[in-house]
Design a protein around this ligand. Structure first.
Ligand SMILES: [Zn+2]
Length: 492
């Protein structure tokens, strides 16, 4: 077990974490109107009377958004409520033109889209189950842009392009017991959403946002006072912010103090959470049913169709990779975590049916290159066809493993295919015995001491001599052949 602040806390206190995750859905249009959801358009160009909240405009529910919500709810083993109701959540803020947000709220006998699910995953070698309290749909707000000079806000601009973009909220029960576990859960959930093609799940771009409720309690005691941590923009930030918050609360409790119930923001640069200085008041959003929308009644046949057509989910895929392709559970997990890479893997082994080899190259050199260059896998100019071709050249002995690594690097840097690089650089492996024998002779003549050492029984000297031949051929010699030729000559 890692020795850090968190594990120490666990000795005395139990950590209790629940997450609220907002997911931007991959729909072409907004939640209640036909405006585009495309990112990066000039401000206020993707708006209409509905998403600007003009009087008299009427919302219409986006069927695709409901479908994506249902897909997620089913994959999270939730109970789907065949009838649900949208509500108005009333508050005033400049990014909210209607002065209310249309959301779903647990209200009397109106359930949300879905509730009471769970996600099971492996953490620290144990199966962990986190209960899902609810999955519901709502709309996003606009975006304020603050124009500053010397750290002072001069004025603020508002862009309503994001106003009305479909969001799905997933709320967990407070079942997470450490910041590390919360991070792992979120990572699994993100992968699941990507497999379901529900969201791009990019926290850095805000298409997946996570708030956390954190509290500590002495074992066996009721739940402690919690704080809500916001503004965590990556998986790493979630773990760090929660670790900070846990340590902060522990210090207060150990000194006999009381944690204040409040919202705290994560400051990425200073690596601390800070409370907003304003006095916290329990917000009354005056929820009431949205009078412009009739209750949403779902056709059971539609729900069944969505259930039937759910794609293969990460957990199933992981199992299949171990059983069908004999990958190690560790490799299978790494591969499956990145859906784009797993899809790439499957396409490549259709062309080059050696799963283990393909997996090793993807998780090794290809991932290494992406990490070194700060790129996403999907940014690399590599195709399954190009990788398969390179592996075939290696398999038939045209290039050595060492050359293959160099060629791959060049492929990733330039987007060229392996055979053009081999042709351009004259990199074909030397397998001509006569040509190699001549070089072996040269090396022997130039290195009398290692030759004498080897003949005196020092096996290591041979490695040096092989290295010299490889150097003279710029790595193009077949190492097995060089080994054999050197031995024949030195023993002969
Ligand atoms: Zn609109």
């Amino acid at each position: 077990m890692r020795e850090n602040a968190t594990t120490k806390v666990q000795d005395e206190f139990e950590i209790v974490i629940g997450l609220e995750i907002h997911v931007q859905l991959l729909t072409a249009s907004k939640m209640f109107c036909g405006c585009s959801t495309r990112f990066g358009a000039p401000p206020n160009t993707q708006v209409c009377p509905v998403c600007l909240g003009l009087p008299g405009s009427l919302p219409v529910i986006n069927r695709k958004a409901v479908e994506l919500g249902l897909r997620t709810a089913l994959a999270l083993n939730c109970t789907i409520h065949p009838q649900s109701q949208f509500h108005r959540k009333n508050y005033y803020y400049p990014d909210l033109p209607k002065n209310y947000q249309i959301s779903q709220y647990q209200y009397k006998d109106h359930p949300p889209l879905a509730s009471d699910g769970h996600l099971t995953f492996e953490f620290d070698g144990q199966a962990r189950t986190v209960r899902i309290r609810r999955v519901h749909l709502e709309e996003d707000t606009g975006k304020l842009v603050h124009v500053e000079r010397d750290g002072t806000v001069l004025y603020s601009l508002v862009d309503y392009n994001r106003s009305g973009v479909p969001l799905m909220e997933i709320v967990t029960e407070p079942d997470l017991r450490s910041p590390e576990e919360a991070r792992e859960f979120l990572s699994r959930l993100r992968t699941l959403l990507q497999y379901l093609e529900v969201s791009s799940g990019r926290m850095e771009e805000g298409t997946l946002r996570c708030d956390a409720n954190v509290s500590l309690r002495r074992r066996g005691e009721p739940l402690g006072i919690r704080t809500e941590v916001k503004n965590m923009n990556s998986l790493r930030a979630v773990e760090k912010a929660l670790s900070f918050e846990v340590a902060r609360q522990r210090e207060i409790l150990q000194a006999g103090g009381e944690v204040v119930q409040e919202t705290r923001h994560w400051d990425e640069r200073r690596e601390v959470t800070f409370g907003s200085r304003e006095k916290e008041e329990a917000q009354d959003y005056r929820y009431f049913p949205e009078p412009d929308l009739v209750p949403m009644v779902l056709d059971p046949a539609w729900i069944e169709e969505i259930r039937r057509t759910l794609p293969e989910l990460p957990e199933e895929r992981r199992r299949r990779y171990v059983e069908q392709y004999a990958l190690s559970p560790h490799d299978a997990a790494l591969l499956v975590e990145n859906k784009a890479m797993a899809d790439f893997f499957e396409a490549t082994i259709k062309l080059f049916p050696q799963p283990k080899t393909v997996c090793n190259w993807l998780l090794g050199d290809v991932t290494g290159y992406a990490n070194t260059h700060g790129m996403e896998f999907t940014d690399l100019p590599l195709t399954p066809e190009k990788l398969a071709e390179m592996l075939k050249l290696m398999e038939d002995g045209t290039i050595s493993i060492r050359l293959a690594k160099e060629i791959l690097e060049e492929m990733l840097a330039t987007g060229k295919d392996a055979s053009s690089i081999v042709a351009e650089k004259g990199l074909v492996q030397i397998r001509d015995e006569d040509a190699l024998r001549a070089i072996v002779e040269e090396v022997i003549a130039e290195n009398p001491n290692p030759v004498r050492d080897y003949r005196a029984g020092k096996e290591k000297a041979l490695t040096f001599l092989v290295g010299q031949v490889m150097r003279k051929t710029s790595g193009r010699a077949n190492p097995d052949l060089v080994n054999r030729l050197l031995k024949e000559r030195l023993h002969g």
